[in-house]
Design a protein around this ligand. Structure first.
Ligand SMILES: Nc1ncnc2c1ncn2[C@@H]1O[C@H](COP(=O)(O)OP(=O)(O)OP(=O)(O)O)[C@@H](O)[C@H]1O
Ligand SMILES: Nc1ccn([C@@H]2O[C@H](COP(=O)(O)O)[C@@H](O)[C@H]2O)c(=O)n1
Length: 237
């Protein structure tokens, strides 16, 4: 190795792996994307992958409440995630799935599909291989990143916020009648969190060594700044 190459290898910061978990609407996606962009890291939305496999099941006539049928089909769709934080992508069997995975139909069905162990095994393997290939590091967001997918992550964050704040944030994204029905939005969030926390395999949970950040009273910018500071502290430790 030449002196220059050796010096560069010694001074390049080691890849940093950050896992961000938490219930729906706590700000995981917005925070993860912004932190990754600021720090030059890749970004992986694991919720989008669970949504993508759910969309494929629904599109192929598989009963999402039939766990055996979902398990049998879990290996079939090819799911590819693009990890550029400024333009994340997701395709299923080559088709752009970014729009279809955000429909109400998929949101209502995703917790049943994500509770099936064969689905989790498949996506956990995919998530680990994506994280391992990120040259400078990656921010991975989901529900079980700190507990199951990347238990050795350099930094684990668990975002929380009151159900009222989360419903108000979600409501701000919706249009017309849906936006005005704050109570229904809150009930749907709470129901999905209960299903995700209550499943047997890799439930939504805070890892013992995660830093909990309550975002209820914080602006998005404050949350991003807080996480960037935590990453920088870990990097220099
Ligand atoms: N601290 C905050 N203050 C106000 N609004 C916020 C804050 N954090 C996120 N938001 C807004 O709340 C909405 C939900 O955020 P985001 O999609 O990042 O949450 P999430 O945890 O990834 O949700 P889900 O798990 O359902 O995908 C977005 O409209 C986002 O702009
Ligand atoms: N690591 C994960 C990530 C997500 N899920 C399931 O996917 C659903 C959708 O996630 P969003 O972040 O897009 O809201 C979520 O409700 C979980 O059912 C998961 O199980 N594990």
């Amino acid at each position: 190795m030449s002196d220059t190459v050796e010096t560069a290898a010694r001074t390049a910061p080691a890849a940093v792996i950050v896992g961000i978990d938490g219930p729906s609407g706590t700000g995981k996606s917005s925070t993860s994307k912004a932190v990754a962009a600021k720090l030059g890291l890749r970004y992986l939305d694991t919720g989008a992958q669970y949504r993508a496999i759910t969309w494929w099941m629904l599109s192929n006539g598989i009963d999402v409440n039939d766990a055996a049928a979902v398990a049998d089909a879990a290996g079939k769709p090819e799911i590819i995630s693009g990890t550029d934080p400024s333009a994340p992508t997701i395709t299923v069997d080559g088709a752009d799935a970014a729009g279809p995975i955000r429909t109400q139909e998929v949101t209502s069905a995703v917790s049943a599909v994500s509770a099936v162990p064969e689905v989790r095994t498949r996506l956990t393997e995919l998530q680990r291989s994506i994280a391992a290939e990120a040259p400078a590091g990656i921010v991975v967001e989901g529900r079980d990143i700190g507990t199951t997918v990347l238990p050795d992550a350099d930094l684990k964050i668990f975002l929380t916020a009151s159900a009222e704040a989360r419903a108000a944030r979600r409501s701000g994204e919706l249009k017309g009648k849906e936006a005005s029905d704050l109570a229904a939005t809150q009930a749907a969030l709470v129901k999905r969190d209960a299903a995700d926390s209550g499943r047997k395999t890799s439930p939504l949970a805070k890892a013992g060594d995660a830093v909990e950040v309550d975002t209820t009273e914080l602006t998005l910018e404050q949350v991003i700044e807080c996480v960037v500071t935590l990453v920088e502290e870990r990097r220099s430790a």
